[in-house]
Ligand binder design. Structure first.
Ligand code: UDX
Ligand code: ADP
Length: 456
């Protein structure tokens, strides 16, 4: 029986291992983490992350061939294949601070693997890492005199939060990078065989390690670039009277462009886009490629501009002062169907509103706990109400920041009646019926479209 150990029971490791365990009943999957609370939660009905459909997948395999443990060393020792899926945040200190990845968790894992292993292993890099990390890891793994052989593969994760289960069940592609040596190719084949249990062989792409690593950064940079591109156009639409949804539709029907990822918004968030682009920027600079570095950096700069522009629109339209005004935030997660708030545009928006001395009240169906942590230094200024009706009561404005579908179903007449007048609504996701809101009496602002106002 093949034994897999995954180090890191987070947004990537948890769902990915649960899917492998579900699809491959004859493979034993052990997920280990130093965070005991997380390990306990994975074995309850209240999983540590919210992801539609995940609970069913976990429960199908839990105790059969899917196990969770805090015994990292034992997990490593028993395994034939070790996935490393620990967090790699952007460095906050020293060289490359604000750009490069903080690799200390990865390196700690590599050292641990080297120390406790008594048999040959395949090590799979699952976290997003800078190109050539695998090579550095190999050096760590093969330093000293442990005779065990480690073969390192790169297998980047392309799942998106909120649709992780669909993405894992039926991915566009799986990418595996391995060395062109005999042992590299053998290891690569072992991993291909696992995925081939449920994924058509032609969708499993194999490359060398560095192409695989760079493909992950490039995929996220291209996706983020599309969002920044349409957001740049949204500003121009607001200035000229064009409608960004019409523009997106018109260009998206060109099959060379395609229709996905063209939704103008308050900006992109999530643990990957910004981090991966900055990683790419750092990499370009490391190789003396200043123009490519500046090119990609601008995608992030555009995103920050879009977040700040949203707050500026709120301030200008509300008579240039929001001090002491109650503002209800609808949605704090970086996208719908997740409780994840990492790099959520809502963070900057709430901070800037609080900076203007507004009374901010955050509501969200799944992300309140994480929102409290993100804004922990502002708890005297920011309130939390899971229920959007309660958040909006007495408010001067609503800012919709996450496209939770339940926000479409709200009784906006009831909300309007409970608010201070004039009642403003800023739809940062262009998801509501703006004409209907205007007819109720709202002052309606959105992204890349004309405003609807009763004020003259
Ligand atoms: C992304 C990649 O899609 C995934 O392949 C990779 O493995 C991890 O990073 P994720 O961050 O989970 O996934 O979410 P994604 O759906 O890509 O959305 C990222 C951000 O862009 C969100 O804040 C989303 O709201 C925003 N977005 C997306 C837009 O503003 N407009 C769009 O048209 C699409
Ligand atoms: P991702 O979105 O990449 O999955 P997360 O932060 O959700 O990131 O998950 C990473 C997990 O890795 C965390 O639960 C963290 O506790 C775990 N982790 C970090 N370093 C180690 C380590 N050295 N050994 C075991 N687990 C680790």
């Amino acid at each position: 029986m093949t034994k897999i150990c995954c180090i890191g029971a987070g947004y990537v490791g948890g769902p990915t291992m649960a899917m492998i365990a579900k699809k491959c009943p004859d493979v034993q999957v052990m997920v280990v983490d130093i965070n005991e609370e997380r390990i306990v939660a994975w074995q309850t009905d209240d999983l540590p992350i919210y992801e539609p459909g995940l609970l069913e997948v976990v429960q199908e395999a839990l105790g059969r061939n899917l196990f969770f443990s805090t015994d990292v060393d034992q997990g490593i020792r028993d395994a034939d294949i070790v996935f490393v899926s620990v967090n790699t945040p952007t460095k906050t200190f020293g060289e490359g601070a604000g750009y490069a990845s903080d690799l200390q968790y990865w390196e700690l894992c590599a050292r641990r693997i080297k120390e406790v292993s008594t048999s040959d292993k395949i090590i799979v890099e699952k976290s997003t890492l800078p190109v050539r990390t695998a090579e550095a890891m190999e050096r760590v793994l093969h330093s000293g005199d442990n005779p065990v052989h480690f073969e390192v593969l790169s297998n980047p994760e392309f799942l998106a939060e909120g649709t992780a289960i669909e993405d894992l069940e039926d991915p566009d592609r799986v990418l595996i990078g391995g060395h062109e040596t005999e042992s590299g190719q053998k290891a690569l084949q072992t991993l291909v065989d696992i995925y081939a249990t449920w994924i058509p062989r032609e969708r499993i792409l194999t490359t060398n390690v560095w192409s695989s690593e760079l493909s992950k950064l490039t995929a996220n940079a291209f996706l983020a670039q599309r969002v920044s591109s349409i957001n740049a156009i949204s500003a121009l639409c607001e200035a000229t009277g064009a409608d960004v949804a019409d523009v997106a539709h018109a260009i998206g029907t060109d099959s060379r462009i395609g229709s996905k990822f063209l939704k103008a918004s308050i900006g992109f968030g999530g643990s990957c886009f910004k981090k991966d682009i900055l990683n790419l920027v750092y990499l370009c600079e490391t190789y003396g490629l200043q123009a490519p570095a500046d090119y990609w950096r601008q995608v992030v700069a555009m995103n920050e501009y879009q977040e700040t522009r949203f707050v500026t629109t709120m301030l200008r339209s509300m008579f240039n002062t929001i001090a002491s005004k109650r503002i209800a935030i609808f949605g704090f997660a970086f996208k719908a169907d997740t409780g994840d708030t990492r790099e959520s545009p809502a963070i900057r928006v709430c901070r800037e509103l609080a900076g203007e001395h507004a009374k901010v009240v955050v509501s969200d169906p799944k992300a309140i706990a994480n929102a409290r942590v993100e804004l922990s230094d502002l708890l005297d200024q920011i309130g939390f109400e899971e229920d959007p009706y309660a958040a909006a009561e007495g408010a001067h404005a609503i800012a919709l920041l996450t496209e939770w579908k339940q926000y479409k179903e709200l009784d906006f007449q009831r909300i309007y009646d409970s608010m201070a007048k004039p009642a403003f609504i800023f739809d940062g996701r262009n998801m509501l019926d703006h004409q209907a809101l205007f007819n109720i009496g709202f002052e309606v602002y959105s992204i890349g479209k004309g405003n609807k106002t009763h004020l003259k």
